[in-house]
Design a protein around this ligand. Structure first.
Ligand code: ZN
Ligand code: ZN
Ligand code: FE
Length: 711
């Protein structure tokens, strides 16, 4: 009996997730024989499995010339393969998947009906005789090759440096030989993507080690059935495969590679045949959702890909690759999507059923039932109609397949977010508007199932404050039901509004003007040259009168300012770029200590004033301070100031637990420093492990706040 209990966890199938395990005595019912009853009709407690990698058994069949599924790119069994992406309805049976049009051949049918077979009730079961088939198309949609010949032709094209769109689990990837600098440059040009890093796919961890260094947890995450992109440090001294190196254009100025291993039989075959790492970037044009239907991909990616490797098993639900980096022995999600979705997060308590629609950037939704929160795949930045439509589809699909009818809708407090408008358009349900940083706080508390009150250190780029200003460097005290703003960064003007986000030199000017007044343009800083001499008076007037310059306490913008001052970056081509490159610079530096800062107390709580720090950074730059050391001391200053404020809040409130959330905590160096300082002071520190600290985790916090609010 004890052995049986142990085996349930120890020998659980790879895709099984045991959410709880109880044992006890029940009276015998004199059953004879063993049967699995038909699905459906039971209490609605549906959980749908995420898409998973090929299992070892299937993998050995794939490469066994004697097996009837040798080199068949759609083999699968009950332990592996696509799930969430192919499910069209419930119950999870073949007619409710995109495998419905394929009738099983007698051999497949026999496996499907044999309880002793690994493919017993494997809904997507198929073989070359009865299942989906590969096709290679040119960009006009003309068929170039079919079946295994299509795969071999695609490999030859990739070797020649051509760009091939490959249909994967959750959408199309654009693949190119990662060792071919010209090909990578061409992909960047056609994708209109100047600097944002491309993800890589390597055949196995051995191959990853030839160009990156990884620790045991990074290796385990990479090899797990979820197959996320794992951020790993790029190898020292330009290690390459043999005498060829990964193109420097894959991840410029970054220090990290995002690497994943194959997760579909097709990718396993592709990587085995080509025997070199491939760039595998999402098949989209910047900011649009990833393409996932054949016709749509041909239409939208025709200007980028030379060829298309497609097949006739449809993707019903698109999902991007998940992205993880390791922090203190735990995974830290930057994006939680394919492989994890829609696995549930256990909430702190049973609550009413909520639909939470998230924020604007990195959109996701959350649906709850009882004490389970189901987070959707990454939908993207809700800045265009295509992404909004994708969010709407996600809402209705997840409600249907999880059989959840929410009784309340939660959304961000920002009146103009497209997600807020989507929430407003849902008829007949009460709405709860949740302040952005309160949602971050609640998300971090919820995944640790905390109760009561905590101090929330919420650092991000932007969020709508109840006072109408842009928040982002916030110290909150509270729980799910309420919060108080106990402190924040000293507000500075955001010159040009959204333009300041794309042009960090604007924040450098704003912060330096705040610190040393109108003489700012006399400073010997290259980034100030971004404003032409004739426009300087106008720029100063804009700052002084607050024209098109809303005040912001954003933490992300302080990182932007310092990045511009240090000459890291004056303009960015993707969100967070300046901060990411500043962190990479700081990682190479040494901190001799922190810069001065001040903490004052006003009507809005403690105010962290970084003006002394900016003056000290200028002095350091004018002396012979090395940029990487200044970058590192800056990180330490932010951490020290945050720990300082937490200490003051604890002295007044006796709350000793701190939750760290917000997109800035994707920064490993800062998180490490702040966690260390807080723990030295005896604080209990909580950071994210299950959902991203960025706005991709927002919906979870919204869901718990609305779920626990008095109806
Ligand atoms: Zn399998
Ligand atoms: Zn078959
Ligand atoms: Fe945020």
């Amino acid at each position: 009996m004890a052995g049986f209990l142990e085996a349930i966890t120890a020998e659980a199938p790879p895709l099984a997730v045991i959410s709880s395990l109880h044992s006890g005595d029940v009276p015998a019912v004199e059953e004879e024989g063993f049967a699995i009853l038909a699905s459906g009709g039971g209490e609605a407690n549906i959980q749908i499995a995420p898409d998973g990698d090929v299992c070892d058994d299937c993998l050995s069949e794939l490469f066994d010339p004697a097996d009837r599924r040798y080199r068949y790119p759609f083999l699968t069994c009950t332990n592996c393969g696509p799930r969430y992406s192919i499910i069209t309805g419930i119950p999870y049976d073949r007619p409710f998947t995109t495998m419905a049009p394929f009738a099983m051949c007698p051999a497949c049918r026999t496996e499907y009906e044999d309880p002793a077979d690994r493919r017993f009730h494997a809904q997507p079961n198929a073989c070359a005789a009865c299942g989906p088939r590969l096709r290679l198309l040119d960009k006009e949609g003309g068929e170039v090759a079919l079946g295994d010949a299509a795969l071999r032709a695609a490999v030859a094209l990739l070797r020649e440096g051509r760009i091939v769109a490959v249909k994967s689990t959750g959408g199309f990837h654009l693949a190119v030989d990662a060792l071919n600098d010209r090909a990578v440059a061409e992909l960047r040009r056609r994708k209109a993507r100047d600097e944002k890093p491309f993800a890589l796919m390597a055949g196995d961890v051995g191959s990853v080690r030839t160009f990156a260094s990884l620790d045991s947890l990074e290796e385990r995450l990479m090899e797990g059935p979820e197959r996320p992109i794992v951020l790993v440090r790029s190898g020292e001294g330009g290690a390459g495969t043999g005498d060829r190196e990964i193109s420097p254009r894959v991840a410029p100025a970054n220090g990290y590679f995002g690497v994943m291993l194959p997760s579909t039989p097709l990718q396993h075959l592709l990587l085995r045949d080509i025997a070199a790492p491939l760039v595998m970037t999402s098949g989209n044009i910047s900011d649009e959702p990833i393409a996932y239907r054949d016709a749509e991909a041909l239409n939208r990616l025709r200007g980028i890909a030379d060829f298309f490797l497609v097949h006739d098993r449809e993707i019903h639900t698109r999902s991007d690759d998940s992205v993880i980096r390791v922090f203190r022995g735990n995974p830290l999600f930057l994006r939680r999507s394919r492989g994890y979705v829609p696995r549930a997060v256990t909430l702190p308590a049973e609550q009413r059923s909520v639909l939470a629609v998230g924020g604007e950037l990195k959109g996701t939704i959350c649906l709850t039932r009882g004490d389970k929160g189901f987070m959707s795949q990454h939908v993207g930045d809700l800045k265009n109609a295509a992404t909004l439509r994708s969010l709407e589809e996600t809402v209705s699909h997840l409600q249907r397949v999880l059989e959840i009818t929410p009784s309340v809708v939660a959304h961000d407090l920002h009146p103009d977010y497209l997600s807020t408008r989507l929430a407003a358009d849902i008829p007949d349900l009460p709405k709860v508007a949740v302040q952005h940083h309160h949602a971050h706080l609640a998300a971090c508390m919820a995944e640790h199932r905390l109760d009561g009150e905590v101090i929330g250190v919420i650092f991000d780029g932007t969020g709508f404050g109840p006072d109408g200003t842009v928040w982002g460097g916030e110290f909150l005290l509270g729980g799910y039901r309420s919060f108080v703003r106990c402190g924040h960064f000293r507000p500075v003007p955001l010159p040009g509004g959204d333009m300041a986000v794309r042009e960090p030199f604007r924040m450098a000017l704003s912060c330096l003007h705040d610190a040393c007044g109108p003489e700012v343009f006399d400073l010997p800083l290259p980034c100030l040259g971004e404003v032409a001499p004739g426009e300087r008076r106008l720029f100063l007037a804009m700052l002084e009168r607050g024209v098109n310059s809303p005040p912001t306490s954003s933490c992300g913008r302080i990182f932007d300012a310092v990045a511009a001052i240090l000459g890291v970056r004056s303009r960015v081509t993707y969100e967070g770029q300046a901060a990411i490159e500043l962190e990479a610079l700081a990682e190479r530096g040494a901190a001799w200590g922190e810069y001065p800062y001040a903490v004052t107390t006003g009507d809005t709580g403690k105010v962290v004033d970084f003006r002394p720090m900016f003056m000290a950074i200028l002095a350091d730059l004018a002396g012979d301070g090395a940029r990487q050391d200044i970058a590192r001391c800056f990180h330490l200053t932010v951490a020290r100031a945050a720990a300082d404020v937490c200490g003051r809040i604890r002295a007044e409130s006796s709350v000793g637990r701190v939750a760290l959330s917000g997109g800035v905590f994707q920064n490993r160096l800062l998180t490490e420093m702040l966690t260390g300082l807080l723990e030295e002071e005896g604080f209990q520190v909580f950071s994210h492990r299950l959902v991203p600290p960025n706005d991709g985790g927002l919906a979870l916090g919204q869901a718990v706040i609305a779920g626990q609010a008095a109806p």
